[in-house]
Design a protein around this ligand. Structure first.
Ligand code: AHM
Ligand code: MG
Length: 339
């Protein structure tokens, strides 16, 4: 009997597929993120027990203080990485300023940006949520550890990925050599390669919060009709079905597996949209590109946006390349001040 399906742990995969420039630090930083993912997953699966064991900030029956999950996720990532000598600075969506490396620890060459737990409206209702991360190299070794190290365009990312806390926990990442997905086996505590070389297939879905339809520009409204296969368009796609979770990681992940486009466009009075350039749009744009897709703010490639501040936002269209390019065509027909 011959077993053909290999079982490949994330550790082995990262080690065997590390980019040429990667020395131990880069590879170990990815391990650290995988470890953080396991620790956060361990809490998210118990989230519903908070009411029984004690609510946030309260002391539970075991005498432990319950923490909000997003704060736990934020601190877990920081505490796993700050003392390793691998990064010189971090930035988290949860903090206004950069997270400096404590003076007693060495500063490495890498920069970690992350959204510890995205999809805040879904945290307390047992709906999928996610962690998003990106890794850059510092811009100036001699002065490493400044905000400038974080304010780099997505095009400069060395690696990016996300963790999806869903029916199972998945870690999906890329170091610029394709996108690879791993599923956590909770019984042995290992991420195992389950989705090698992920590419957007022919699209099935589009994802948008239709409650905002009235706040979108006429061109974006028309774009949604195009996605639905309505109107008189020769190049209309096969009518797409709508799916929207309200957790960017989960919406992106589904569209990556099934094909489709996610959009959170500009709105009247909210031209910047909602999604953060540094912690959400940039890393996911990097993954989309690696999976044969594309991400745009409606006018330019998200990967070209240089964030001016840590918390800049951007409109976003992300998914199958031709669907995103079509969004750009519609946007170009309108008033560019209002996409
Ligand atoms: P958050 O960072 O406060 O969690 O917000 C980001 C989330 C995304 O995950 C999701 O795509 C979007 O907000 C949903 O927003 P809305 O509820 O306006 O549709
Ligand atoms: Mg977020």
């Amino acid at each position: 009997m011959r077993f053909t399906e290999k079982i490949i742990t994330i550790e082995r995969f990262i080690f065997e597929h590390q980019p040429d420039y990667a020395r131990g630090d880069f590879t170990n930083l990815l391990y650290d993120i995988a470890m953080a993912a396991k620790m956060i997953a361990n809490k998210t699966t118990r989230a519903g027990l908070a009411d029984i064991l004690g609510t946030s900030g309260a002391t539970n029956v075991q005498g432990e203080t319950q923490q909000r999950l997003d704060i736990y996720a934020d601190q877990t990532i920081f505490r796993l990485v700050d003392h390793t000598g691998r990064v010189c600075v971090m930035a988290s969506e949860e903090h206004e300023d950069v997270l400096e490396i404590p003076p007693e620890f060495n500063k490495g060459r890498y920069v970690l940006v992350y959204d510890p737990l995205d999809g805040s409206s879904n945290i307390d209702v047992n709906v999928s949520i996610g962690t998003v991360f990106g890794i850059y190299r510092c811009v100036d070794w001699a002065n490493r550890g400044r905000v400038e190290d974080c304010l780099q365009p997505g095009r400069k990312l060395l690696a990016a990925g996300y963790v999806l806390y869903g029916a199972s926990t998945m870690l999906v990442y890329s170091t610029g050599q394709g996108v690879h997905g791993f599923t956590l086996d909770p019984h042995i505590g290992e991420f195992l390669l389950s989705h090698p070389d992920m590419r957007f297939p022919e699209p099935k879905y589009y994802s948008a919060n239709h409650a905002y339809f009235g706040r979108w520009s006429p061109e974006i409204q028309e774009y949604t009709r195009w996605l639905q296969g309505r109107g008189d368009y020769e190049d209309a796609p096969k009518a797409l079905s709508e799916r929207y979770i309200g957790s960017l990681v989960a919406d992106f992940h589904r569209n990556l597996l099934r094909g489709g486009v996610f959009m959170y466009p500009a709105e009247v009075g909210k031209p910047e949209g909602k999604i953060r350039v540094l912690y959400e749009a940039g890393p996911l744009a990097f993954l989309a590109h690696q999976a044969g897709g594309y991400a745009s703010d409606g006018q330019q490639n998200i990967l070209d946006i240089v964030p001016q501040t840590l918390h800049d936002r951007t409109p976003i269209f992300i998914g199958n390349r031709h669907l995103v390019q079509k969004a750009e065509e519609f946007v170009a027909q309108g008033d560019t001040a209002f996409q």
